[in-house]
Design a protein around this ligand. Structure first.
Ligand SMILES: Cc1cc2nc3c(=O)[nH]c(=O)nc-3n(C[C@H](O)[C@H](O)[C@H](O)COP(=O)(O)OP(=O)(O)OC[C@H]3O[C@@H](n4cnc5c(N)ncnc54)[C@H](O)[C@@H]3O)c2cc1C
Ligand code: SF4
Length: 504
């Protein structure tokens, strides 16, 4: 029995469910997280202080109404908690698994205690919804007669498609891969996000009237002229051009055995799905592997290589090791720039920081045999705030590697497709270039909108969902003159219900 006073944060400590042991989970590609017993989940929800000003709202890009669903879980009204959760987030089962949870670093309890386990609660609520059969198709009561084409079926395209279909528009999603889902399907490995979880949601969307056309690359095997009959178009094609050593004067970077992460990871997902691998197989089995880049993509290469049975694994990062605690110039409730250990990093391999790649060594047959590196230090910032890399003499190293995976980020969307055909302008973002769009997600071309990584640069699933939802609202407004779809700044999770009432 939970105490009646709102003192959960003083009564219970933060608890998350244990993951399966490393030696067990490395044998397969399934998810390895477990669940707490129901009473423990309620205790965790009860830790929420239901603050007057819940900073977690602003920490979450979707504005998830976190204290509301925590309170409902505590009171065992799971179905209402699910409704509240879905009112701002179309796909809590994705964010509940792979979101880095910026909400938790903004949790008020986190100032002097471990934060509320928001992400875990999100996953528990939505999984309960699926188990109980509460999540069903919600087709629009009335059709508007408007047609929208969405290019790209990652989380941005999917969120936009679901919102627009529920607002009554006929939505067609063009996807160049053989399965929808974007990086949810072929980027993020199955051990972090099982593909049945993605396909289950796609079935709901199909039942709501969303049409998926796979193997359809707009600007290649689907000419842009096919889009002329649509009333609006959304480009949600991701930021797919991976950063390489091209132009960086790193000898040997063209050797065989050096691959982009996104050449390697999708192959393993295809194997997991029982699909043939079309290109030459890239496997870590029995090899010394180096992963260059320490972010999510690098970490996924680590987990996949370990599961494939690599001989050794080194993960290199150019930046210095982050601090264990927040720096003074990075206070709460900002995202905390601290050292994190991903589940894959817990599984094995060695992480090295402040390491610069100097050259790749040839084994004499055109294949990579080793990497030559040097440690670096960063100078104090100059007048423009820029720090310079300084090589540390005497720290040169040779690291053997028969497979090198590049996970150094993504610079921009591909432009030799519909982007060129439609003459869409690009603009600078944090990582390189993206499709230029105004605050309403409208590009430089009439009736063409852009959202997700294609616009903002490489980012997160939660931001892609947020941009997809916001772009959908803009498109709905553009088509109808108004929109009842809820958005980040409308704070109206009842808006869609009102819309349904208005049109029925
Ligand atoms: C390996 C990896 C792991 C990641 N892990 C995480 C994580 O753990 N947590 C997290 O929050 N974020 C993670 N991210 C980032 C996250 O996946 C992305 O930010 C998010 O998927 C972007 O969504 P999107 O819809 O904008 O684009 P994408 O998911 O990239 O989808 C774009 C889709 O458009 C399709 N497409 C492209 N061009 C065309 C065309 N011309 N015609 C038709 N279709 C086209 C592509 O095939 C793709 O399916 C990861 C990214 C990578 C690469
Ligand atoms: S979507 Fe991410 S940031 Fe938002 S509540 Fe869920 S875990 Fe937190």
């Amino acid at each position: 029995m939970l105490p009646s006073k709102p003192q959960g944060f003083m009564t219970f400590t933060r608890e998350t469910p244990p993951d399966l042991p490393v030696e067990e989970r490395l044998k397969h590609y399934n998810e390895f997280s477990t669940s707490l017993p129901p009473e423990k989940i309620r205790e965790q929800a009860y830790r929420c202080m239901n603050c007057g000003i819940p900073f977690c709202h602003s920490g979450c890009p979707l504005g998830n109404q976190i204290p509301d669903f925590n309170e409902l879980v505590k009171d065992e009204d799971w179905q209402e908690a699910l409704r509240v959760l879905h009112s701002t987030n179309n796909f809590p089962e994705f964010t509940g698994r792979v979101c880095p949870a910026p909400c938790e670093t903004a949790c008020v309890l986190g100032i002097n205690e471990p934060a509320v386990t928001i992400e875990m609660l999100e996953k528990e609520i939505v999984e309960r919804g699926w188990r109980e059969g509460w999540i069903a198709a919600e087709p629009a009561a009335e059709k508007t007669g408007k047609r929208v084409a969405i290019i790209g079926s990652g989380p941005a395209g999917l969120a936009a498609a679901q919102q627009l279909a529920r607002a009554g528009h006929a939505v067609v999603v063009y996807e160049r891969s053989d399965e929808p889902g974007g990086l949810l399907t072929y980027g993020i490995p199955a051990f972090k996000l099982e593909k049945r979880v993605v396909f289950r949601r796609l079935e709901q969307m199909k039942a709501e009237g969303v049409e998926f056309r796979c193997n359809s690359e707009v600007g290649k095997n689907v000419p842009v002229s096919e889009l002329e009959g649509y009333d609006a178009i959304l480009a949600a094609t991701g930021s797919t051009v991976g950063r390489t050593f091209a132009g960086m004067n790193v000898p040997g970077s063209e050797l065989k055995g050096i691959h982009l992460a996104m050449e390697f990871l999708p192959q393993q997902t295809r194997r997991v799905l029982g699909k043939p691998v079309k290109e030459a197989e890239i496997l870590a089995t029995g090899k010394n592997v180096i992963v260059i880049g320490g972010g999510d993509t690098g970490s996924d290469c680590v987990g996949t290589s370990l599961r494939q049975g690599c001989k050794s694994l080194v993960n290199l990062e150019l930046m210095p090791k982050p601090p264990v605690e927040r720096d003074l110039d990075n206070p709460w409730p900002q995202w905390a720039f601290i050292h994190r250990t991903s589940s894959s990093h817990k599984e094995g391999g060695e992480r090295r920081y402040s390491v610069l790649t100097k050259s790749f060594e040839d084994d004499g047959t055109g294949n990579v045999a080793a990497l030559h590196t040097v440690n670096i230090e960063w100078s104090e910032p100059d007048d423009t705030g820029r720090r310079k890399m300084i090589e540390v003499p005497g720290t040169e190293q040779r690291i053997p590697a028969e497979l090198v995976l590049l996970a150094m980020g993504f610079t921009q969307p591909e432009t030799d497709t519909f982007v060129k055909d439609l003459g869409l302008e690009l603009e600078k973002n944090r990582f390189g270039m993206g499709i230029k769009a105004d605050q309403g997600y409208l590009t430089s071309r009439a009736k063409v909108f852009a959202a997700g990584d294609a616009r903002r640069g490489q980012s997160l699933v939660v931001w892609a969902i947020q941009e997809g939802r916001e772009a959908a609202r803009s498109i709905d407004q553009y088509l109808m003159g108004h929109s009842y779809l809820s958005g980040r700044d409308s704070f109206g999770y009842d808006s869609l219900a009102k819309h349904t009432a208005a049109v029925s």
